[in-house]
Design a protein around this ligand. Structure first.
Ligand SMILES: NC(=O)c1ccc[n+]([C@@H]2O[C@H](COP(=O)([O-])OP(=O)(O)OC[C@H]3O[C@@H](n4cnc5c(N)ncnc54)[C@H](OP(=O)(O)O)[C@@H]3O)[C@@H](O)[C@H]2O)c1
Length: 234
């Protein structure tokens, strides 16, 4: 049975990937910075839980130690948005945002390199905003853009382990529920900005992740799941 570690696996897209992987017969390790939240999902799907905080290298090293008998796949959904204009940047939040998307996954690669099985893979999360600059999306755009390069360079570094990224458009993953009444407006606007005329659903992402785990001839790529948004003229 192949073992998959899902970092950010306690909620939203990460939890959906963990649930589907369990259903598809993977041995799932749910990783999250909140160990109790990870355990809840792990108990539900018959997996195990590990505390892993992308901002804390010690926790990454400890998780790799715990899983030293081997991991086939790692999916990292971690993000720490800092959606402000340049003039409002907060240094600590900026570092957190870069760490969640770039430095943390690099440290995951560092500590899990000896643990990852050669036929395995890593899936990282970018986002369409990297290709759609606009006021207030500076940090999200740059950190998600960096993920595309991270996938390429990690793929070369960790080969034959494959490393790929998924770049979603707006997905109704649960993450937008915090917008309350404004959520419908965001989803509608995002649908209008695609070629397919809809926002993304959790299954769009989960299907692509599951495919990438098995796509043995795909490495260093970013898969765009945004309904053609980058190709739609304004
Ligand atoms: N949903 C969308 O519309 C959309 C669009 C484009 C890109 N994406 C990308 O897709 C990925 C998943 O997004 P989502 O919709 O599932 O919601 P999200 O709220 O962006 O999910 C972020 C995940 O990262 C985890 N996380 C944050 N900081 C962490 C840390 N220091 N260590 C470990 N985990 C940490 C969170 O766990 P906690 O429970 O601990 O907070 C959560 O599981 C993200 O990278 C996001 O940028 C999403």
């Amino acid at each position: 049975m192949e073992r998959i570690l899902v970092i950010g696996g306690a909620r939203a897209l990460g939890a959906a990937v963990a649930r589907r992987a369990a259903k598809d017969g993977y041995e799932v390790v749910v990783g999250a910075r909140d160990a109790a939240a990870a355990r809840l999902v792990a108990d539900e799907i018959g997996g195990t839980a590990v505390r892993i905080d992308l901002q804390d290298e010690t926790s990454i090293a400890a998780a790799a130690d715990r899983l030293a008998d081997g991991v086939d796949h790692i999916v990292s959904t971690g993000s720490a948005p800092h959606d402000v204009r340049a003039a409002e940047l907060d240094h600590a939040k900026l570092v957190e945002a870069v760490t969640a998307k770039v430095i943390g996954p690099m440290l995951v690669a560092k500590h899990f390199a000896p643990v990852l099985r050669p036929a395995g893979s890593i899936v990282l999360f970018s986002g369409v905003v990297a290709w759609r600059p606009g006021p207030g999306s500076l940090v999200k755009g740059v950190t998600n853009g960096a993920v595309e390069y991270l996938a390429r360079h990690l793929a070369a570094d960790l080969a034959p382990v494959r490393v790929n990224a998924i770049s979603p458009g707006v997905i109704d993953s649960g993450a937008w529920d915090r917008l309350a009444d404004a959520k419908a407006g965001l989803l509608g606007k995002s649908a209008a900005g695609t070629l397919v005329g809809r926002h993304g659903e959790i299954d769009d992402v989960v299907e692509a992740v599951m495919w990438l785990l098995r796509a043995g001839f795909v490495s260093g790529e970013t898969i765009h799941l945004e309904g053609g948004a980058r190709h739609k003229s304004a």
